[in-house]
Design a protein around this ligand. Sequence first.
Ligand SMILES: NC(=O)c1ccc[n+]([C@@H]2O[C@H](COP(=O)([O-])OP(=O)(O)OC[C@H]3O[C@@H](n4cnc5c(N)ncnc54)[C@H](O)[C@@H]3O)[C@@H](O)[C@H]2O)c1
Length: 307
Amino acid sequence: MASSQMLKDKVVLVTGAGRGIGRDISLLCAQEGAKVVVNDLGGAVDGEGGGSQTPAQQVVDEIVKAGGKASANYDSVAEPAGAEKMVKQAVEVFGRIDGVVNNAGILRDRIFHKMSHMDWTQVIAVHLMGSFYVARAAANYFREQESGAFVHFTSTSGLIGNFGQANYAAAKLGIVGLSKSIALDMQRYNVRSNCVSPFAWSRMIGTIPADTPEQQARLARIQQMSTAKIAPMVAYLLTDAAKEVTGQIFAVRMNEIYLMSQPRPIRSVHRSEGWTPQTIAETAIPAMRASFPKLERSGDVFNWDPI
Ligand SMILES: NC(=O)c1ccc[n+]([C@@H]2O[C@H](COP(=O)([O-])OP(=O)(O)OC[C@H]3O[C@@H](n4cnc5c(N)ncnc54)[C@H](O)[C@@H]3O)[C@@H](O)[C@H]2O)c1
């Protein structure tokens, strides 16, 4: 497809960009004219194991081969100093920074009553702390130049629900709060912040159980969704054409783009005398029960095949 060069002269940092969704975001941003810092520490899907420079460097090579500009970075987003270094690298190598895509991630799925402190801490460290560290480092430049765009990755595991992902869901909903807060705090400096909740076949999805026929059918559906389908929405959010778009959550699944709802009051009850536990049981809960959101998982809500 012909490039519209919508990111010409922009410098973009994409974290976790050696594989999966981040890789495709980097390739498309470069194709749209951006200079890209491709960050990836090259670890295993659960964050274990020694890092490898290969994934990030391969993406850089691919961009350069196609005539684009890119620079590889191997720092961890889970370290404040690493986050600062990757942002600084954008400025040192390409002269500025215009966009940050907080995409790096790991998974350590475990049913809640078996989740270890380490499962919790590491997932929070990469997703929530990492998104904060990188965003905070870039905010200094964004404030100074009075422009900038953040795209953070959330998940329907947090927005809706999933089994065995308390750590991941908490981190991903935390990222929604982080994004909204940045959008509010930095609007005065022309800085935007949005979330993308992707559905894509990557190695991360390889951890989805496929033991029962139903689970296998779901897996087959998910495999049709390529990581490249997520990139156009992310690239768009980094362009000046998106200057009115901030504080939003978009889901992207194959050729579908969704605007997701955000919590607002849906029912209220009032009693002039005030409430007791008994009157809450007798009046408040019966009045609100019909509006209770169901205890659903992502797959219960997105329960048709991707289009
Ligand atoms: N694939 C999906 O369907 C899906 C669904 C919901 C959310 N997401 C989110 O999308 C993002 C991308 O996921 P993906 O599916 O492409 O996974 P992926 O595992 O293919 O890619 C993630 C990349 O992040 C890198 N990484 C991990 N820890 C890092 C760290 N500390 N510093 C720098 N890089 C690090 C990994 O090396 C890897 O290359 C993640 O935030 C994920 O939670 C994906």
